[in-house]
Design a protein around this ligand. Structure first.
Ligand SMILES: Nc1nc2c(ncn2[C@@H]2O[C@H](COP(=O)(O)OP(=O)(O)OP(=O)(O)O)[C@@H](O)[C@H]2O)c(=O)[nH]1
Ligand SMILES: [Mg+2]
Ligand SMILES: [Zn+2]
Length: 332
């Protein structure tokens, strides 16, 4: 029986998919594997897929329906991109307000998120750990830097902000929780679910380092009808083809740059550069400018890496071979 379903989690070579008939353990068809030319041809959490339902709650994925949005990343030392999630309406970028807090990191996440057509929102968690004065001070900075972005302040200890977060999450929309390990993504989702369904972990206060408690992406369904994807914490945020995302993110800089003397101005040393003069006069925030230059450089670096196509093909060939072996082993 052929049916539409949604991919709700991903394991090595297999997927959990869900539709009105329940949950199924699914694999892609062998034919599909032969025809795919990149990782993006494979299902990801959030995808709508066409499945064939089999006995014992198993299924075969025959087709991925066109993705409306996609959040993906690229590692600095690899060519392959990794899909984080698809068909997302809003990505919550979460930081813990105490030690982990960093505005440049928000910008990196936003670049990835906006590049895939997804709207970002900020969640500042663990507000129980700092004083009201400190919080207000940080809020001023952050609002100045991210003028148009919604900001929600939360604590899973005092429950502050949880109602606001709940209200923000609309029925039938899909939300993705992103952020470093230990910021409290899973704790927040547990609170939204009203039960401790996801395992969370205490982090050492002496190092403040997370332990990567969540190890795979998984979709959760709230009673309110909202849909949420929990993600493992990210160590570093890579820039996957985000040139467009960067310009969008730094639209303030893009506006200045329209008045630069040279069309191909890099805004780093050219005479007649409007961006540099805005920087000098204080119209442009210095940290914002520095982060822009860094992200641009990184994005260019990835563009170059992309040209090393042969390497990619070789890596991907290996991946397909292993996947086919896996498929043979669990044939059903
Ligand atoms: N003080 C305080 N601690 C919190 C809060 N939210 C979460 N924590 C704690 O932070 C630690 C990490 O929480 P998790 O929810 O596992 O973090 P995570 O972002 O899911 O981490 P990964 O799964 O590794 O990516 C746990 O010890 C939580 O109890 C909060 O609002 N305030
Ligand atoms: Mg987690
Ligand atoms: Zn310029």
């Amino acid at each position: 029986m052929e049916n539409k379903a949604r991919v709700i989690s991903e394991y090595k070579g297999a997927y959990k998919v869900k539709n009105n008939n329940g949950e199924f353990l699914a694999k892609v068809t062998g034919k599909r594997m032969f025809n795919s030319s990149s990782r993006e041809d494979y299902p990801a959490v959030g995808d709508w897929v066409v499945i064939d339902e089999l006995p014992e709650k198993k299924a075969v994925i025959k087709e991925i329906l066109p993705r409306e949005t996609i959040i993906k990343r690229k590692y600095s030392n690899k060519v392959e991109t990794q899909i984080i999630a698809t068909n997302i309406d809003v990505a919550f970028v979460i930081e813990s307000i105490d030690r982990d807090y960093n505005l440049n990191r928000f910008e990196r996440y936003f670049a990835i998120v906006k590049d895939g057509g997804v709207k970002p929102a900020i969640v500042l968690n663990k507000i129980d750990l700092i004083s009201k004065e400190e919080l207000d001070e940080k809020l001023v900075q952050i609002k100045k830097r991210f003028i148009d972005t919604d900001i929600i302040l939360t604590s899973t200890i005092t429950n502050e902000g949880l109602n606001e977060l709940k209200k923000y999450i609309k029925s039938k929309k899909t939300y993705c929780f992103l952020g470093s390990s230990g910021v409290g993504k899973s704790s927040l989702i547990n609170k939204l679910l009203g039960e401790n369904i996801i395992k969370t972990e205490y982090i050492s206060h002496s190092t403040g380092k997370g332990k990567h408690t969540t190890t795979n992406r998984e979709m959760y369904f709230l009673e309110s009808g909202g849909i949420i994807i929990d993600n493992p914490g990210m160590r570093e945020v890579g820039m996957a083809d985000v040139s467009a995302g960067i310009d969008d993110l730094f639209d303030e800089i893009t506006i200045f740059s329209k008045k630069c003397k040279y069309v191909d101005c890099t805004h780093m040393h050219e005479p007649g550069c409007e961006v540099l003069s805005a920087l000098k006069s204080g119209k442009l925030d210095e940290n914002k400018y520095l982060n822009y230059v860094n992200l641009k450089k990184e994005a260019e670096h990835y563009e170059m890496t992309k040209l090393e196509q042969r390497d990619k093909d070789r890596q991907f060939g290996k991946f397909v071979k292993n996947a086919k072996k896996e498929l043979k082993r669990h044939e059903y």
